[in-house]
Structures are given as C-alpha cells and as structure tokens.
Design a protein around this ligand. Structure first.
Ligand code: WQD
Length: 341
C-alpha cells in the first residue's frame, strides 16, 4: 500500500480519515498545528487501529516545515484538510481566513511540486455552490459564496485546477462535503469544537449532556417539509471512506487533471427531523425554541451523488439514526473524560 500525508490529520475529519487509511493498509503521516485539535487524538487513532501514524506538529503555511516533512517521508499522495472552518468567524476575520486557508494550499502545492508528489485529495465544501436554482447540487452547477470561508474553498479548488493544467503529471480530486456529523462508533474520536458550537449537531450533543440548556432553531418559515432548514447530513465515517476511495482511485489509475465530486447522501433532513431522530435514537429529550432565521442560511441543499458512485464507486451507508447514536456516544465519552481531568 501507500504512504499518505494528511494535513490537519488530528482534526474531526482528518482523524477519521487516518483511521480508515490505516485500517486499509496505508501508512499515514499527519501534520497538524493543533490550532483546532488535540495531540491525544493520535493515541485514540492508535487505540482504534492498533497502528501508528507518524506525526509532525507544524503549520501548513510554513514552506520550510513542509519541505522538511516531504524530505523525511516518502509521500505517495496527500489529503489536504488543514484550514479554518468557522463561517461566522470568517466574516469577522476575512484576512485571517484568506491568508491561512489559501496560503496553506499554495504552500502545500509548492512542497508537492518540489518533491515530485503528484496526487492530491482536497477537502472542499458544498458551501462553494451558488445559492440559486435547484436544491439538489450537481458538480457542474455555478459556484459562488456568501462568506470568506466558502471563498477560500472555491479559490483553493481553482488554484488546484490551474496547477493541474500546468503540471500534466499532477492529478487531484476536490471532495465537496455536504454536512458531516456523527463520530467513530468507538466513541474515541469525534467533533469537539472550541467554544459554543456554530453547527447543529455539535450543539444538539452539548444540549443532550447538559452543557447547553436548549437548542435555538433558526427559523421555521422556510419552504421546507416543516419550515426548518434542510441539509444533507453525512456520517463522518462514510465521509472518511470517500477519502479512501478517492486516494485509491488516484493511485490505481493514470488520472490526468482535476475533478470535483460531491460527498453526501443525496437526501436532506430538516432541523426538527434531526432533533426528533436524535431524541428517538438516544431516548432523550432535546429542549428547543424557535427563533429568527440565521443570516446567510439557505432553505435546503443536498447532493447529486452520481459522480461519487460512478467514479469512486462510493456511496453513503450510515443512516441518520446511526449518526445520532454515534454523536451522542462520543459526547458522553467526552464528558466522562472531562470529569476525570
Ligand atoms: C445546519 C442547519 C441552521 C445551528 C456549515 C458550514 C458549511 C459546512 C457545514 C464546512 C441550518 C440550523 C444550526 C443551531 C439551527 N462546513 N441550525 N440551530 O450552515 O449547513 O453548514 O457546516 O464546510 O461550510 O456553513 O450547517 O450545522 O451550521 O446548520 O437551527 O444552533 O441547522 O439554520 O438550517 P450549515 P449548520
């Protein structure tokens, strides 16, 4: 098998990708600056897989750090996950987001070029799709964003596309994530955001264990099944498996250029449907109150998953119930760990 570099590999998505890659015989090298992750995640990856990932602490924008890692490690392919990801924060601090997220992509591509590493999977997002037309998004749909975070993903995609044109030996896949939620069934790794969660499921998780008193549902006057916002929620383990499929596809085929692929379930779930599913799956009550819409939110979005199936032979397998059970299991474990500290 191959040696895969994961930038941001101790984060929520990255740690799940590390598990899937290790469990499928790949060697894994992780770089992470620990800005939004914790080094003990390395131990959890080891506990889950009984395998060791190599770890370098450092910043993806630091070209000398990257060059040092590429010189020491013989890398066959890269999964680029490192980046800031809070939409609201990106509106307040756009320069922080543009300088970090876009420069990290450029620095990584320079390091790959200098060390002749020519396979890349990029962590992109459905947030790059313009909010117009059908709720179902297909890869050729128009791109446009409503926040700097989204634009950093859109610009990074384009930089990768343009680099592929300039280097005929280089191939890449931009994976456009819809809404990743849940956690590894072991309960050892999951989403542990700093501060009060911006996203729905981590917020529900913290209400469920009593950290937060109740959920605020942002609007119930959308043109949707019950008036609340609808999203294509995908289990983070399904998402990690999509990265494994993308890496295998790039390494096992003589691919040229850059492709964009949606990673979602192909169906959307409303806020209230997710709350009810969480309550039912975990036999718990989640108190909530309907409040006004959140600025910038859209009514509904879900993935056309044809390309993921046709090109990567990948499709999601976990249900909303699985996502809710695994999310709660992880949060309960996190609470137990916190009580022991
Ligand atoms: C989902 C739904 C809210 C919180 C974001 C990023 C996107 C991607 C996924 C990285 C919406 C409602 C939420 C709450 C609520 N991340 N909601 N109360 O906004 O679809 O996408 O995460 O790529 O880039 O923008 O996810 O979880 O914030 O919201 O009612 O406390 O839940 O209105 O309908 P979103 P979300």
């Amino acid at each position: 098998m191959s040696r895969i570099l994961l930038t941001g590999g101790l984060g929520y998505i990255g740690s799940h990708c590390a598990v899937e890659l290790l469990e499928n015989g790949h060697e894994v090298v992780i770089i992470d600056n620990l800005y939004n992750s914790k080094v003990e995640v390395l131990d959890y990856i080891r506990q889950i897989t009984s395998k060791e990932a190599v770890f370098y602490q450092g910043d993806c924008c630091d070209e000398s750090f990257l060059s040092d890692v590429f010189s020491k490690e013989s890398i066959d392919a890269v999964v680029h996950l490192a980046g800031y990801k809070a939409v609201g924060e990106s509106v307040v601090q756009p320069l922080k987001y543009y300088s970090n997220n876009v420069n990290a992509t450029i620095a990584l591509l320079n390091a790959m070029k200098n060390h002749n590493v020519n396979r890349l999977v990029f962590s992109s997002s459905a947030t790059v799709y313009e909010n117009s037309g059908s709720y179902e998004k297909i890869e050729k749909d128009k791109l446009w964003c409503t926040n700097p975070y989204g634009f950093t993903k859109m610009f990074s995609e384009q930089i990768i596309r343009d680099y592929c044109v300039s280097n005929q030996s280089f191939s890449a896949i931009n994976l456009r994530y819809f809404n990743p939620i849940g956690a590894h069934p072991s309960g050892l790794i999951g989403e542990n955001p700093n501060g009060i969660p911006n996203n729905l499921m981590p917020y529900i998780q913290q209400v469920a264990v009593g950290i937060l008193p109740m959920l605020k549902v942002y609007g119930n006057d959308y043109d949707t099944v019950d008036g609340t916002g609808m999203r294509d929620y995908i289990h983070v383990v399904d998402l990690a498996k999509a990265h494994l499929s993308a890496i295998s596809y790039l390494l096992e085929n003589d691919i040229k250029g850059c492709d964009d692929i949606n990673i979602g379930t192909g169906k959307s779930t409303s806020v209230l449907q997710l709350v009810n599913a969480f309550q039912k799956a975990n036999n718990i009550t989640i108190p909530y109150v309907i409040v006004e819409r959140r600025e910038g939110d859209i009514a509904n979005i879900y993935a056309d998953t044809t390309k993921a199936k046709q090109i990567l032979n990948w499709q999601s397998k976990y249900s909303i119930e699985d996502m809710c059970k695994d999310a709660y299991h992880w949060q309960l474990n996190l609470q137990k760990k916190r009580k022991l500290l």
